[in-house]
Design a protein around this ligand. Structure first.
Ligand code: DI6
Ligand code: FE
Length: 405
């Protein structure tokens, strides 16, 4: 049987239609859902007769947006890093902790020790907070295993989230996240292992939708990153990159040269990187949670990205170190207060542009006929309300494939 078909009437639709002004608002709108997809959306007065026989939900003027998309998370991990938080408060920096064997590597230890069931249970606690804020799709990265067995375990756990809850899950293989202790001072040999053994096994099991790397002075060099991208290309997997977070390595331009879906972080992005991203259609994923937690002072070049027409997405970067954040609505607020996006840009950043950053731009992210009926209904009047308040969650209902989720 087809998923439910019904009509949502009298909603205030923020369609996020590409090319529309602001959020593409339709004041008194209707959406015809058929077989889990949007069959029609527009002004309620133009509702086609075809919608006439279907069950109707009256939204009583509530705001409707596409279901939100968190396009960059490290939701699956073992342990926590509360101690590191304390050390940073005492003056240690993120880089110092990483170089001293803490940071990502300390989460690797805990993740290797955890069972797949433990990883799923821990991730669900965080995921449920995001779902309660209207999420319909989440991306989840590996990268805390850094050995064959644990990278596969993380990705299997990530895929399971999509069976335990009603949402879309996209998984990303991030084997090149950090050098594991057993490869200390042998980063090139580790990259050989990632490209020659782990990535092919991940691809053979169909466990990843994309490949990511951490190109940074505490991560991998541009040359090493290039090798990861070449291996991904050979396996037919699209790429994305943690780029220009702490220093300018030219990572975004490298990613763009591989037609990357996105380059993420980007505080230290320069003009060449922006031009390359604009030319390649690579989405800039901005991560205000990590910026805030690490007390960064260098802002991503938002004005220049906007001027160049580079699409900007916003995500939580949910992870136990640099962004212990399980609120996408807070990221909307921080994208505006810290990065000076407009509320309309920030909302596009967690819907239309986030979908693009996952290669799902044709499927979700706007309220358009033909797309999946992934929607969020809010007890709010204006799209800007979602970014304006902190600690307020006005979600009324969440739909995935046309069903209340
Ligand atoms: N950048 C990040 O924001 C996460 N990974 C990365 O390369 C942080 C991961 C962590 O600190 O555990
Ligand atoms: Fe990240």
């Amino acid at each position: 049987m087809q998923p439910p078909s019904h009509v949502l009437r009298h909603g205030r639709l923020a369609t996020l239609a590409p090319g529309a002004a602001g959020t593409g608002l339709v004041d008194d709108g209707a959406i015809v859902v058929a077989g889990g997809r949007i069959a029609w959306a527009g002004p309620d007065r133009d509702l086609p007769a075809a919608g006439g026989d279907l069950p109707i939900t009256d939204l009583a003027g509530r705001l409707v947006t596409p279901a939100l998309v968190d396009c960059h998370t490290h939701l699956v991990f073992g342990g926590d890093r509360a101690r590191e938080f304390e050390l940073r408060l005492e003056g240690a920096t993120y880089e110092e902790l990483a170089r001293a064997g803490g940071g990502i590597v300390s989460t690797v230890k805990a993740t290797r020790a955890a069972s797949e069931d433990d990883l799923v249970a821990g991730a669900l606690r965080r995921l449920d907070r995001l779902l309660a804020e209207g999420l319909g799709c989440v991306e989840v990265k590996s990268g805390y295993g850094l050995d064959l067995e644990t990278e596969l375990k993380m990705l299997r756990a990530a895929r399971r989230l999509g069976r335990e809850r009603n949402l879309r899950v996209r998984t990303t293989f991030l084997g090149a996240h950090a050098v594991p202790p057993e490869y200390a001072d042998r980063a090139d040999a580790y990259i050989d292992f990632v490209c020659g053994e782990v990535m092919p096994a991940v691809a053979a099991e169909g466990l990843a939708d994309a490949v990511d790397a951490f190109c940074e002075n505490i991560g991998f060099t541009p040359d090493q990153t290039r090798r990861v991208f070449e291996a991904a290309r050979n396996l037919g997997l699209p790429v994305k990159l943690h780029a220009e977070q702490l220093t300018d390595q030219g990572g975004a331009a490298l990613a763009a040269s591989f037609g990357a879906l996105s380059a993420d972080h980007l505080e230290y992005l320069g003009a060449d990187g922006i031009d390359a991203m604009a030319a390649a259609g690579t989405v800039a994923v901005l991560l205000p949670g990590a910026f805030y937690v690490l007390r960064e002072t260098r802002l991503p070049p938002v004005d220049a990205l906007r001027a160049a027409g580079v699409p900007m997405a916003i995500a939580t970067d949910c992870n136990p170190g640099s962004s212990p954040v399980a609120s996408i609505l807070l990221m909307l607020n921080m994208a505006c207060t810290l990065f000076r996006l407009t509320p309309a840009e920030a909302l596009a950043g967690v819907t239309r542009e986030a979908a693009r950053a996952l290669g799902l731009g044709g499927e979700i992210g706007t309220i358009d006929a033909g797309k999946a009926a992934d929607l969020a209904v809010w007890d709010a009047d204006n799209p800007a309300d979602l970014a304006y308040w902190v600690g307020m969650n006005p979600l009324h209902a969440r739909y995935v494939n046309g069903e209340v989720a």
